[in-house]
Design a protein around this ligand. Structure first.
Ligand code: PEP
Ligand code: MN
Length: 335
């Protein structure tokens, strides 16, 4: 961290500030110029509040030169992390496709979709039991019953299951879930993230609707600081001024997150696009950009889905996406 002091800083205030810094276990190295004094902080500055420093009378400007996230940072962990989801590896060259309906609706539906997506090449099953809906009058998910039905589909197909958690009090109910999803709306629910840091189950952390990549990495840091290193990052589109899509898929997030962090990065083209016909091109673009996996909504009868039918693929359309994606992956390997 570099601090630029105002011209002729008050000596007493400067001394007090230096004392405070030494209490924070960082060393301050001062360089005096003709008009400006610059202070370089050496040590672990991750716990130092930049805004607090910026507000001091003697301070002109503050800059971080080191990222505030440590556990998620590739600098301190150069090798790719491979997250093991019920025996299925994600990251470090292991590409996986998660597929299934937005929400679990019935036993017949989830078991049927699970079988179809497995046959097409999916390696994990998704399905919401607790749904974060904009309207309190919309279908909220089958809750406990949804989790039970997912377990049945897992038994029938052997696919590990992925589902969203919205409340830390529900953690004990997620015993049989292989990958716990933190949805976009809860990316900064810090108390939930802290609780998920205490368990030893993989977490799928989705980027918030209007959050920066650094904020996403800081949320991963919340989970990892508790000792749970099994985190998968997910780009799912961010809010922009564009109205032809539900969100705007931030393709640049793939190479940037992968260079800044060792964690696997997957893309959700379904929530990014909001339209089923865009799922294939966005999947292809993500694969070309080096993503470690995809999470795609697939429904047995999209026009009658209880949630997100407009963006859900039929099992046939999903088969086509998987085929095209695998052709592209082969072509990229050869190239
Ligand atoms: C979902 O995966 O069904 C979902 C609600 O996603 P997001 O949190 O990205 O909107
Ligand atoms: Mn959905």
């Amino acid at each position: 961290m570099v601090i630029v002091l105002k011209e002729h800083p008050n000596e007493r205030q400067l001394e007090k500030f230096m004392q405070w810094l030494s209490g924070m276990h960082v060393e301050a190295r001062i360089t005096k110029g003709e008009h400006q004094t610059i202070m370089g902080l050496v040590g672990d500055t991750s716990r130092i509040d930049m805004d607090l420093i910026r507000a001091l009378d003697i301070v002109e400007d503050v800059r971080r030169i080191q990222e505030p996230y440590k556990n998620a940072n590739r600098k301190f962990h150069p090798d790719d992390t491979i997250v093991n989801v019920g025996g299925v590896p994600v990251g470090g060259g292991n590409f996986q496709i998660i597929a299934g309906p937005c929400s679990v609706e019935s036993e017949e539906q989830i078991v049927y979709v699970a079988k179809r997506v497995k046959a097409a090449g999916a390696t994990m099953l998704r399905g919401g039991a607790f749904k974060p809906r904009t309207s309190p009058y919309s279908f909220q998910g089958l809750h406990n019953e949804g989790l039970r039905l997912l377990s049945i589909a897992k038994k029938e197909t052997g696919l590990p299951i992925v589902t969203e958690i919205m409340d830390a009090n529900h953690i004990p109910m997620f015993e049989d879930v292989d990958l716990i999803q933190v949805g976009a709306r809860n990316m900064q629910n810090f108390e939930l993230l802290k609780e998920l840091g205490q368990i030893r189950k993989p977490i799928l952390l989705k980027r918030g609707l209007a959050n920066t990549m650094e904020e996403l990495l800081m949320s991963a840091e919340y989970i990892m600081a508790g000792g749970n290193n099994q985190v998968i990052l997910c780009e799912r589109g961010i809010r922009t001024f564009e109205t032809y899509t539900r969100n705007t898929l931030d393709i640049s997030a793939i190479p940037i997150l992968k260079s800044r962090s060792h964690l696997p990065v997957i893309v959700d083209p379904s929530h990014a696009a909001g339209k089923s016909n865009l799922v294939k091109p966005l999947s292809m673009a993500s694969v070309a950009a080096g993503v470690d996996g995809l999470i795609i909504e697939v429904h047995n009868d999209p026009p009658h889905a209880m949630c997100d039918g407009q963006q859900s693929l039929t099992p046939e359309a999903f088969e086509d996406v998987v085929k095209q994606v695998s052709h592209l992956r082969e072509a990229l390997k050869e190239g």
